[in-house]
Design a protein around this ligand. Structure first.
Ligand SMILES: CC(C)(COP(=O)(O)OP(=O)(O)OC[C@H]1O[C@@H](n2cnc3c(N)ncnc32)[C@H](O)[C@@H]1OP(=O)(O)O)[C@@H](O)C(=O)NCCC(=O)NCCS
Length: 180
């Protein structure tokens, strides 16, 4: 378990599947994600089982300390870890909407970044975010991610094409901001 002040990260279990499905099938949560069609229990089970066999992916449950209890509010993942170049992509979803805007997403990302840089020894983390996802953009900029490029009109959502922004952060930038 990775433990922060108000957030901790733990492994996902089969019992989490109904919760994950509820989040992924909520249009408001899905709006910023690459999930455009309703997901079935079967698909979610396969995804979770597949994770256990993939050494280049880590996905953890995000638990937040709310009124004295730890509550599973989202997931954070490192994907496509490239050992040679020492880089990976990060992704996050806070699926409980009443937990948005309370700092849990930022703390979960910072914990996952520490794991990536200091445990796995990665050099760089990147991500892609829809231009319309202002909450996510603000969160990533505050964590030190820098905009490195734009994939113009690469996302078709809500009947229109929008830009996806490519962002990245280096370990040295993380250490300068959060301490070694
Ligand atoms: C994006 C997400 C991970 C952020 O997590 P969070 O816990 O809600 O974010 P935090 O509370 O840590 O920080 C949010 C920041 O955005 C700001 N914010 C909140 N709502 C906003 C809005 N509508 N527009 C712009 N900024 C907003 C907050 O003020 C805060 O900044 P501050 O710390 O400077 O005040 C979460 O909202 C989420 O999972 N959304 C749905 C899935 C998703 O979009 N994932 C990201 C895909 S790239």
């Amino acid at each position: 378990m990775l433990i922060g002040e108000r957030v901790r990260l733990r492994a996902l279990e089969r019992m989490d599947i109904p919760t994950l499905l509820r989040w992924m099938n909520d249009p408001e949560v899905r709006e910023g994600l690459l999930v455009f069609a309703p997901l079935s229990t079967m698909a979610e089970e396969r995804w979770l089982e597949g994770l256990a066999d993939r050494p280049d992916d880590y996905v953890f449950g995000v638990e937040a300390l709310i009124e004295g209890h730890w509550r599973h509010v989202g997931n954070v993942g490192l994907h496509g870890i490239e050992r040679h170049h020492r880089r990976a992509e990060i992704g996050i979803v806070i699926g409980e909407k009443d937990a948005w805007g309370k700092g849990y997403g930022s703390e979960a990302m910072a914990l996952m970044m520490r794991f990536a840089f200091h445990e796995l020894g990665l050099h760089r983390i990147e991500l892609e975010v829809f231009e319309s996802n202002l909450r996510a953009l603000k969160t990533y900029r505050a964590l030190g991610f820098v905009e490195e490029g734009v994939r113009r009109e690469s996302i078709y959502t809500g009947g229109r094409f929008i830009d996806a922004l490519h962002m990245g952060v280096l370990r040295s930038e993380y250490d300068a901001r959060f301490g070694v």
